[in-house]
Design a protein around this ligand. Structure first.
Ligand SMILES: Cc1ncc(COP(=O)(O)O)c(C=O)c1O
Length: 496
């Protein structure tokens, strides 16, 4: 294992706690066991680099035949999910070649994978739309034409091209968050901006507050920074719509004293919820009272589908010297994730700290991509109306298709964002995702969006694909659901 990844060793009973209720001998038993290990590995609940128990020890712990465990381990070795090391046992791994072995829907969100789609396989594990190809091509041409002007200098600008920072600042100002260009740093997407903030402002062992559920890569980021996630449960009203509980938020700040609090107030991922203006004011007031900086991920805010969202949460932070609000954004959802340009907006002093810690491993954003982003930002308001209409139609189509084929499920109609947060009315998300994979449908299971194995009863279903693909996906989902025994006892919550 490379670097500072902590390796761990699991004995038979600890491994069984991870596995939950996987039982049964013979062919079905070994396939189920291998599938379960792949699921846990892929969605992050079982760490890569974990030493697994011997076949005999696991067979005893599970109460199944040793031959079944041996066959499962063999299957997992074949698919690249287990690796033997001479003299030191068998360890969990992820396949290095994503096209080898069985197709798995459980890859960490954004994990390395083929850039195109696998024929016949529908990817609903990512909630990100395809690019508006013509607009991106035009922006590319414009960027290439502008490049020679930049070739005369060294090309390194830690904070980003001044022209791009100005356009980003103007855009934030127009949204209601008054911003000067020197309050903006260009990054490789909003996740990168988040990682830079965590690295600069949190130390190993610090606590970081996260909504529960939340964006899975944010959970992984906290863990990989050796910080400790403080999950703050979101509330649901009688109609199943997600709400922020300000009292719970303030209590979590008071009791846990986190170094940072990460929020997605506009089209929260995965629920699509929008924080109302009163809650924004109360959240900023609480963060100020407790001196906790807020990291506000606004990468989905432009994707409102029914009505515009309130000004960015940062606009409520008006008192100088208060706990800073750091706003993240990108072009990934409005235009295309492959652009890899985003931004961090915050007070100059915080940007200086972030820039200082960034410089040691990532000196500047690529100039050509920044020029593409600059050209795209000039066109984004022209792209968005059509994108909103398309996504709203797909959202409504998906809701209709689910209501017809899976009437026992329920999902509130989000007013924006890119996915539904579906209540399965049974704790079957992980097994359903496994079954869906066998039907060529990739999804991220509910527990991927929380800590401690929560959300086994939920599934995020993006509506980013065209309606015919969504119809096909829902048909596959319904077929997979038929194979999942919703009446059986719940799987044990995995230890995370
Ligand atoms: C809430 C949230 N934050 C960050 C990201 C990653 O965005 P980017 O491509 O800008 O890094 C996503 C993508 O799905 C997201 O939903």
């Amino acid at each position: 294992m490379a670097g500072d990844v902590v390796e761990q060793q699991l004995n038979g009973s600890a491994f069984v706690r991870h596995l939950g209720a996987v039982t049964g001998d013979g062919r079905a038993g070994y396939a189920a066991l291998a599938d379960r290990v792949r699921t846990l590995l892929g969605d992050g609940r079982l760490a890569v680099g974990t030493r697994v128990p011997s076949e005999r020890e696991l067979a005893v712990a599970l109460g199944i035949g040793r031959g079944t465990v041996a066959a499962a381990y063999e299957d997992l070795r074949g698919s690249g999910h287990l690796a033997r090391r001479r003299g030191s046992g068998t360890w969990t791994a992820l396949p290095t070649d994503p096209t080898s072995g069985p197709v798995t829907p459980f890859a960490p969100i954004g994990a390395p994978g083929p850039s195109g789609s696998t024929p016949g396989v529908i990817d609903l594990a990512h909630a990100a739309p395809a690019a508006p190809a013509e607009v991106v091509a035009l922006a590319g041409q414009e960027a290439l034409a502008a490049l020679p002007d930049h070739l005369v200098g060294p090309g390194y600008d830690l904070l980003g091209l001044p022209a791009l920072r100005t356009v980003i600042a103007d855009r934030l100002t127009a949204q209601g968050l008054a911003t000067a260009p020197d309050e903006v740093m260009v990054t490789a997407g909003s996740q990168h901006a988040h990682a830079l903030v965590v690295r600069a402002l949190a130390r190993p062992g610090d606590r970081i507050l996260l909504e529960q559920p939340t964006y899975p890569n944010a959970i992984d980021l906290v863990r990989h920074a050796s910080a400790r996630p403080v999950p703050m449960a979101l509330d649901r009203d009688a109609l199943g719509r997600t709400r922020w509980d300000v009292a719970a938020f303030a209590a979590a700040l008071r009791e846990s004293a986190p170094a940072l609090a990460y929020l997605v107030p506009d089209h929260h991922n995965p629920t699509g919820a929008v924080m109302d203006p009163e809650t924004r004011a109360a959240v900023v007031a609480a963060s100020r009272r407790h001196g906790v900086p807020l990291v506000v991920d606004d990468c989905l805010r432009d994707l409102w589908l029914d009505e515009p969202v309130p000004p960015p949460l940062g606009a409520w932070a008006t008192v100088p010297g208060e706990a800073p609000v750091l706003t993240l954004g990108s072009l990934s959802k409005t235009v295309w994730g492959g652009i890899r340009i985003g931004w961090l907006r915050g007070p100059r002093a915080v940007l200086r700290r972030v820039a200082t810690s960034r410089a040691s491993d990532d000196i500047a954003s690529p100039v050509l991509e920044q020029l593409v982003a600059l050209a795209l930002l000039g066109r984004v308001d022209a792209i968005l109306p059509e994108r909103r209409t398309t996504m709203a139609a797909r959202r409504d189509h998906l809701l209709g298709a689910l209501a017809r084929l899976l009437p026992e499920w329920s999902a509130p109609r989000p007013t924006g964002g890119l996915s539904l947060w579906v209540d399965l009315a049974a704790p079957r998300s992980s097994v359903l995702v496994e079954a869906a994979a066998r039907h060529g449908l990739h999804l991220a299971a509910g527990p991927r969006f929380g800590t401690g194995g929560a959300f086994e009863g939920f599934l995020r279903v993006p509506y980013t694909h065209p309606v015919d693909v969504l119809d096909d996906a829902v048909a596959r989902l319904a077929a997979a659901w038929e194979t999942v025994d919703a009446g059986a006892p719940a799987m044990l919550s995995p230890v995370v």
